[in-house]
Design a protein around this ligand. Structure first.
Ligand code: ADP
Ligand code: MG
Length: 404
């Protein structure tokens, strides 16, 4: 994971970008096409987009075979692409220094690609491993998804690449399959043991909905999530901190959850019923496994509560469920940090309806549910408490799609 800059403390080589991200991904398609022409000396065959995501509820449940509920951000990564037939993959990103990266497709192998190009290389390599005959491409990217903020700029990059390459080669892969392919590329080629939520969100979400994904069996449902219609807004607060121990902790948490399930004689913590939680806790050998189990089981329950409230049009009432999720991640799973707690506490004190950290934790982003009329006041309170944060109101945008 180190080479891609996706690890902690390794963002200097691949994740710094050029600081011009604010309007990237939002400029016109015509201007983006001209940028491609200036780089590669010919026109692209098409332009695609794939969004970043926020997880509304269902944190650290994916690797326990449980429920997650992400929605797509309006922020997206675009790719302008043209095929090549000479065995070269050339990639360029408006958000990264270093110009065009040129790779020989026959030389691609896990562990050999440096810098951000590892993500597109991984997708192309994985498509070829799956038997799809993709011989080369020129790709130009831009994005307005904050990089390294826990909003899955990496999944957006993977999914837009996979969608563009498969569509250009006449392959009509189901979206969930596309997401699994991207996950596999990250596991095998990039070397990061991630779950499938982020890629599924980017590939499968639809506008105005949150996606209920049951990670066991991968069944999906689009749940109506139209905040504006209810006079509500969701703020995303990127703390812009990422604490160094995040990656090691992820492995330990995952192992802890597996140990707890094994101690209970179950395939995964998903199999502990909410009603059977007390009995399960009593059967576990130590306090740490009890804490991990309590979070996973109550978090799956919170996903069900949020779905029921959204289906009933009682969107306001999801606020306290989100806040309870934060308390569970802070006290039981212990993946929050001072900055995330500060954002959540400040938002609630200023009158937010609910707030929680979102993503893996130890930094990254929080979400805050507010009445639409309170956006400015609550935003100001958060920024006063944590001036280095980056904050924006958001809605549920579309999943990956072709633009041109
Ligand atoms: P995130 O939470 O944003 O997914 P990651 O650390 O998982 O954070 O992924 C960020 C990495 O993805 C960057 O360091 C870079 O290697 C790659 N990346 C993301 N967006 C872009 C982009 N627009 N252009 C080039 N590389 C990108
Ligand atoms: Mg990522």
């Amino acid at each position: 994971m180190t080479e891609a800059g996706s690890g902690t403390g390794t963002r200097t080589d691949a994740g710094t970008g050029t600081g011009t991200r604010t309007d990237a991904g939002a400029g016109s398609e015509a201007a983006f096409e001209i940028a491609f022409k200036n780089i590669y000396g010919r026109a692209p065959e098409g332009i695609w987009a794939a969004p970043g995501r926020v997880n509304l509820i269902g944190e650290h449940t994916d690797y326990n075979d449980g429920y997650v509920m992400p929605f797509a951000l309006p922020h997206r990564t675009r790719a302008a692409v043209a095929r090549r037939d000479d065995g070269l993959l050339r990639v360029h990103s408006a958000d990264m220094d270093g110009g065009v990266v040129e790779l020989r497709i026959d030389d691609l192998a896990p562990g050999t690609t440096r810098g951000w190009a590892v993500y597109p290389a991984a997708v192309l390599w994985t498509l070829r491993q799956a038997g799809h005959d993709i011989v080369g491409a020129d790709i130009h990217y831009d994005s307005n998804v904050p990089v390294g903020g826990g909003l899955s700029s990496s999944a957006a990059l993977q999914v837009v690449t996979a969608l563009a390459l498969t569509e250009l080669h006449g392959l009509d892969l189901p979206r969930q399959e596309l997401a699994l392919l991207c996950q596999s590329s990250e596991n095998t080629y990039v070397g990061a043991p991630v779950g499938v939520m982020d890629q599924t969100a980017s590939a499968c979400c639809t506008e105005g909905h949150a996606l209920h994904l049951d990670v066991r069996g991968l069944s999906q449902r689009q749940v109506p999530f139209d905040l504006a219609a209810q006079g509500l807004q969701l703020l995303v607060v990127d703390t812009r901190v990422k604490h160094a121990h995040a990656d090691g902790a992820y492995g330990e948490l995952r192992a802890g959850c597996e140990a707890a399930a094994a101690a209970l004689g179950l395939p995964a913590l998903r199999d502990v019923d909410f009603d059977g939680l007390d009995a399960a806790l009593a059967a576990l050998p130590d306090e740490r496994l009890r804490r991990l189990t309590r979070h996973v089981v109550t978090e799956n329950r919170r996903v069900e509560e949020v779905i029921a409230l959204l289906d009933a049009g009682r969107t306001r009432e999801i606020g306290p469920v989100l806040t309870a999720g934060h308390a569970s991640l802070r006290d039981d799973f212990r993946v929050s940090c001072a900055e995330l707690d500060l954002v959540v506490d400040t938002a609630l004190a200023a009158g937010a309806l609910g707030a929680r950290m979102t993503g893996g934790g130890f930094g990254g982003s929080a979400i805050v549910l507010v009445d639409a009329g309170e956006v400015e006041r609550i935003s100001a309170a958060i920024l006063q408490a944590l001036p280095t944060a980056r904050l924006f109101p958001t809605t549920a945008g579309p999943g990956a799609h072709r633009l041109v």
